[in-house]
Design a protein around this ligand. Structure first.
Ligand code: SF4
Length: 261
């Protein structure tokens, strides 16, 4: 029920009460009633507004050690949103995502399947400020930062999400399963196909992971090429699942594991 509808109903009940009681209309204070319906946040939101808020944000302790927050970058109507864990030293000093060695490798990986942050991708992280000494973001930090990612997703509406590494994959899917078991399988996140793969820094540490990562990227390209998936919002296809938490950006179950990033 909208606020106006509630107000009209209350005014009607007042009238009925006056008529049945005193027989004439009494004086009433103006009602101030909130609307039940969720606001259309995306309708008044923008990537620039989110970036401004991120740069000023002090919602978690990561703000204390950052030089620059890293809101994310890319095109406003991307085919793919790439989601990583958090900024490293290079990103913290430039304010841009994935610009260090791992970022350069990510750019090459994306280019191999005709994706590029300047033409058809948007790249962001689950936390927008650098965790000290590149430690994993903690659950409260992921939870505090989640609204920014949600707002970005609501605006970007990508056809697919590529999570790189264990932390963003577990955070979005709400699972503690390791990345080696999750990678290469499509999941659904808020109606969007989500494909996990290894973080490029893991590939830099272990050359043996490059082949499975390449297989994952080919799967993503095949999905994007499929005519069944060419209409906006059409995300039908083979989708895996990881249990009842699927589809929630959950700060739970993001325990560190022995898995590769
Ligand atoms: S990590 Fe996110 S929630 Fe924490 S201070 Fe930075 S922008 Fe705010």
């Amino acid at each position: 029920m909208t606020g106006d509808e509630k107000k009209q109903l209350l005014q009607f009940l007042d009238l009925a009460s006056d008529f049945l009681g005193t027989g004439y209309r009494g004086e009433r204070e103006e009602y101030h009633i909130d609307d039940d319906r969720p606001r259309d946040v995306a309708g008044s939101d923008s990537l620039e507004a989110i970036a401004e808020e991120v740069r000023a944000c002090q919602a978690c302790k990561l703000c204390q050690g950052r030089h620059q927050a890293v809101p994310g970058e890319g095109v406003s109507q991307p085919l793919v949103m790439v989601i990583g864990e958090g900024p490293g030293a290079d990103e913290d000093s430039t304010g841009r995502p994935f610009v260090g060695r791992a970022g350069q490798l990510l750019d090459k990986m994306l280019a191999a399947i005709n994706l590029d942050r300047n033409t058809n991708c948007f790249i962001a992280n689950v936390v927008k400020c650098r965790p000290p000494n590149n430690r994993d973001p903690e659950q409260d930090e992921i939870a505090a930062c989640a609204p920014f990612l949600q707002r970005q997703l609501a605006l970007l509406k990508p056809r697919a999400i590529l999570t790189v590494g264990r932390v963003p994959t577990q955070a979005l899917l709400g699972t503690a399963e390791g990345i080696s078991r999750l990678r290469g399988r499509f999941f659904e996140y808020q109606g969007i196909h989500l494909l996990p793969t290894y973080h490029p820094s893991a590939l830099l540490r272990d050359e043996g992971l490059k082949r499975p990562a390449w297989e994952d990227l080919k799967q993503l390209r095949a999905f994007l090429n499929s005519p069944d998936n060419n209409s906006p919002g059409n995300n039908s296809g083979n989708i895996g699942g990881v249990g009842s938490n699927r589809g929630a950006l959950s700060a739970e179950n993001t325990k560190p594991s022995e898995e590769q990033n």
